[in-house]
Design a protein around this ligand. Structure first.
Ligand SMILES: [Zn+2]
Length: 333
């Protein structure tokens, strides 16, 4: 073989290797059509706003469970994708919040109370290190319907948080498509009862034996809208300040992959505000949280699927896939 052909062959091999790296294979599966399909279904009027404890919320849970199963993701505890739990509060005239802590539940049961049957949906890709975990999560519940509203009565929750659920499901598919076993166990968690007080993620952590086994938690809550139409690439990237590499990863990936994102980097000592990230941050699990900020349809009936900025939500999903890849494979070794 002459020198020139050897060089061409080497070049082709390098290009082929780049195109077919496991990480890139997974990356290539993340697309707009899938985001539209998941968000379109979950935020349709037929889903009636996915309120936790109601039939509409159960249907949303069945949908995400079916998706994880069809991707070949394993049940998180070996036999089931479901983590059922109960939440209690005092009868409605006292206006108390729902509780999942066993002590609070025992107290509430002494009086007249309400009870919700809820469930988290969780899948797992087992890693090589059986005792180390990374978790990516989003809540799938929303705030339901109000039959007394004059006009549109359904709080569809496309941004809040069908957008986040779509990202988790796309990243689950991407990890499977990569074809390799990650170093750490990766849990894909769709939380119930977030809108009623972070109930699902709090229940999960109350029953988790050792938070130090969780090497990182990546949260999505509302990743699909524009806070300011003049800055459509805006996304807030909250992360635990003790891990400055999280910001470096995102900066590098945006550059390398040409992602159309302009992150507002916000390092917090403990990112406990806003959503399910709080259940992890307060137990000192390192957190990354993507959020595209408030807008006029937040917790309103107008949070519709056709108002989603799909190119942005897809690029956030891609960026988060790369973050999770690092967390699962080569962070903190
Ligand atoms: Zn939310």
């Amino acid at each position: 073989m002459n020198k020139r052909i050897t060089a061409i062959t080497a070049g082709l091999l390098a290009v082929t290797a780049l195109a077919q790296s496991p990480k890139d294979k997974g990356y290539a599966t993340i697309d707009r059509a899938t985001a539209e399909a998941h968000i379109g279904f979950l935020a349709s009027d037929e889903l009636e706003g996915r309120e936790a404890g109601y039939k509409s919320g159960r249907i949303a849970g069945n949908y995400v469970l079916a998706q994880l199963k069809s991707l070949g993701i394993q049940p998180w505890n070996g036999s089931s994708y479901e983590q059922p739990f109960e939440a209690y509060r005092i009868e409605r005239q006292k206006k108390g919040s729902y509780q999942v802590h066993p002590d609070s539940i025992a107290k509430l049961k002494e009086g007249v109370h309400q009870k919700l049957n809820l469930r988290n949906i969780i899948g797992m890709i087992p890693g090589k290190k059986s005792d180390e975990y990374v978790i990516i999560g989003a809540h799938y519940d929303h705030i339901g319907m109000d039959p007394l509203l004059d006009g549109d009565r359904i709080y569809n929750g496309a941004d809040d948080n069908a957008s986040g659920v779509a990202a988790v499901l796309q990243i689950a598919r991407a990890f499977m498509a990569s074809g390799i076993q990650p170093e750490r166990n990766v849990l894909f968690a769709l939380w119930d009862g977030e809108e009623k007080g972070l109930l699902g993620s709090e229940h999960f952590m109350l029953n988790w034996d050792d938070p130090t086994k969780i090497k990182g938690y990546l949260n999505f809550d509302m990743i699909g809208r524009n806070n300011n139409e003049a800055n459509p690439e805006h996304v807030v990237y909250f992360y635990t300040a003790a891990y400055p590499e999280f910001e470096k990863w995102l900066r590098g990936d945006i550059k390398e992959r040409g992602l159309a994102l302009k992150p507002d980097y916000r390092a917090w000592d403990r990112p406990i505000g806003g959503g399910d990230n709080g259940s992890f941050a307060k137990r000192d699990v390192p957190v990354i949280w993507y959020h595209t900020d408030g807008h006029k349809d937040y917790h309103m009936p107008g949070d519709h699927a056709d108002k989603i900025n799909y190119p942005k939500t897809v690029d956030i999903t891609r960026a988060a896939y790369l973050n999770l890849w690092n967390l699962a494979n080569n962070f903190g070794e």
